[in-house]
Design a protein around this ligand. Structure first.
Ligand code: ARG
Length: 584
């Protein structure tokens, strides 16, 4: 086997990018060009490819093929590549040496890396996610926010960024007038004990209906609200109790989903700041009075021109916009973030455009520093293509959904593994059931509506969590069968010769690219597809290549491929918030 220099990097495409820049510097000494090298879509052309020369040539008004050829003539990548070719209108294609791939695989097997680098410059991200409303059940829309937000937070953390997650609980607003009135007059204590959120929802609906019929009731509710706003101790106590009960229920769901937030600063946390925010907007001339309200106009914004935002209503009350402006301000002062991302459904797009634009007017000095991003998602539909509801037409509660996921997964698992003890099967079912729901949520393009289908998400064959969880467990079983405790043993020769081996390793080398793509585009589906492809390549490899029965160096090589595929599957799933099992 050829001797490989040990100056290999964790990710070869980064190395190729550096060398390309060096070569370009020799050909074009006046410029400073950067290159992006990506996997070839069609591996017949090579393993990696760059199209950067074409845009540079365009800029310099020169022949792209000639420029590519000149750069390649100065390029020194012989230790990694067996072929570098100029193709088409100026693409450069790279074919890697199997030894170079083997060397990276070997480093990974020794635990030096897992095919990705931490970010050069760690940034601070705030992820505003989940954010259900007090006294209301979490619905399937909140599940998407929770699952997506958690996954993005995990991804940024994996890349070494600093992440603050904040659950912006809806714990303030006019609904509390009706809720408090209902609590005082119509509360069923026993029902509250049994299912607090349903009972609070019931009293709210009851009072709400009565308000529609009877102006006197509406007036009563208003008075309760005013008392709460003025700090009446009885009303405050009821309000606090409602928050406490709701949070307790939400926490049960978070614990089932294995989701944690660093902070849960609800909307009410910002009440003391709202007055000052509005005054500052007025003083700075960004907001003005209009029909008794205080309003931010966006005259210079083509999209928001006719969509002004009210920050103080004519009755003196503040609203969702005001709270969110105070929230950004608080977060900037407290954590000095580079980026704040909000994960909610698509219907809130206008709201976030308004607050982002208003905030930029308010703090122009932060415009270049602070990135505000709304990560929105589509709806979950039932199999009939209509909004996902229960048979009786009610919104589906998250806790019921998770119960059903576990129950259905239990059936699937029991069919496959009737011999395992029930307790063991229950545990598998829990991780498979929750994993399936999460994966089904992360797999579609997040801006598309998707159809919720139990059969699809629990299928053992298909792009699903159970398929990937099984793929992982199956690899672990190879090691158990071989009596190999610690997976791959270090310092064995790795020699890649068979196409199916190379195909898996080539894909492993791109794990980091997928992590970065998820972070840069806020799209977890890119990781789902990466892992699904990995599992498929692994299956083909495993069908073509005996592992335990092979002679050396094949056996060690293949065990390393098994081990690293398992580690990448585990890490990738963990980034999606999905747990793996050693045995299924
Ligand atoms: N509570 C809101 C809802 O359920 C979501 C809050 C999103 N976060 C924010 N900072 N506005 O729709």
């Amino acid at each position: 086997m050829a001797v490989i220099q040990d100056n290999l990097s964790v990710v070869l495409y980064r190395e190729l990018e550096k060398r390309l820049a060096e070569a370009a510097n020799k050909v074009l000494p006046s410029g400073n060009y950067s290159f992006s090298v990506r996997p070839c879509a069609d591996t017949r052309f090579g393993d990696y490819q760059t199209s950067a020369v074409m845009s540079i040539a365009k800029e310099l008004k020169t022949n792209p093929r000639k420029l590519a050829t000149d750069i390649v003539s100065k390029l020194e990548v012989g230790e990694w590549c067996e072929k570098v070719e100029v193709a088409g209108g100026g693409f450069i294609n790279f074919k890697l040496k199997p030894q170079a791939m083997a060397a990276v695989l070997n480093e990974a097997a020794r635990g030096e890396h897992l095919f990705y680098n931490k970010a050069d410059k760690p940034r601070t991200f705030i992820v505003d996610f989940s954010s259900p409303n007090v006294a209301k059940p979490m619905h399937v829309g909140h599940i998407r926010s929770t699952i997506l937000g958690d996954c993005l937070a995990r991804t940024f953390r994996l890349l070494g960024h600093r992440v603050v997650t904040d659950n912006h609980l809806g714990d303030w607003g006019t609904q509390f007038g009706k809720l408090i009135l209902g609590w005082k007059k119509y509360l069923d204590k026993e029902a509250l004990e049994k299912d607090p959120i349903s009972e609070m929802e019931r009293i709210y609906r009851f009072v709400n209906e009565r308000c529609e019929q009877d102006a006197q009731v509406l007036d009563e509710a208003r008075r309760e609200l005013v008392k709460l706003q003025q700090g009446d101790s009885e009303n405050l106590e009821i309000w606090r109790k409602m928050i406490e009960l709701s949070r307790h229920e939400f926490d049960k769901i978070y614990s089932r989903l294995d989701v944690k937030s660093d902070y849960t600063l609800g909307e009410s946390f910002y009440n003391p700041y709202l007055e000052a925010v509005v005054n500052d907007f007025i003083t700075k001339g960004i907001a003005r009075e209009s029909d008794g309200a205080v309003v931010v106009f966006f005259d210079d914004d083509p999209y928001l021109k006719d969509k002004p935002a009210i920050i103080r209503k004519s009755d003196g009350g503040f609203n969702y916009v005001t709270t969110d402006l105070a929230t950004i301000d608080y977060r900037v002062k407290t954590w000095n973030p580079d980026e704040i991302i909000y994960v909610t459904d698509g219907r809130q797009q206008l709201h976030f455009q308004q607050i982002f634009t208003a905030f930029r007017k308010w703090h122009p000095e932060l415009n270049d520093k602070l990135n505000l991003v709304h990560i929105w998602f589509g709806s979950i539909l039932g199999e009939d293509g209509k909004p996902f509801k229960t048979r009786s037409g009610d919104t589906i509660k998250l806790s019921d959904l998770l119960d059903e996921a576990e129950e259905r997964a239990f059936k699937v698992v029991s069919e496959k593994n009737a011999q395992l003890p029930e307790e063991y099967r229950r545990n598998i079912a829990r991780l498979v059931g929750i994993g399936s729901v999460k994966y089904a949520d992360l797999l579609p393009n997040r801006q598309a509506d998707y159809v919720f289908s139990w059969d699809k998400m629990l299928a053992l064959n298909g792009n699903t969590a159970p398929y990937l969880q099984y793929a992982y467990a199956r690899i672990r079983s190879i090691f158990r069968k071989g009596g190999i405790d610690e997976g791959y043993q270090e310092n064995k020769t790795i020699d890649l010769t068979v196409q199916e081996e190379i195909a898996v390793v080539r894909h492993l080398l791109n794990f980091g690219l997928s992590i970065e793509a998820v972070a840069n585009e806020y799209r977890p589906n890119l990781m789902c597809n990466y892992l699904y492809e990995l599992a498929g390549l692994f299956t083909r490899f495993y069908e073509a290549c005996p592992v335990l029965k092979a002679g050396e160096p094949q056996r060690s090589t293949r065990l390393a491929i098994c081990e690293l595929t398992a580690r990448v599957l585990k890490q990738g799933l963990e980034m999606l918030g999905i747990q793996t099992l050693e045995q299924m």
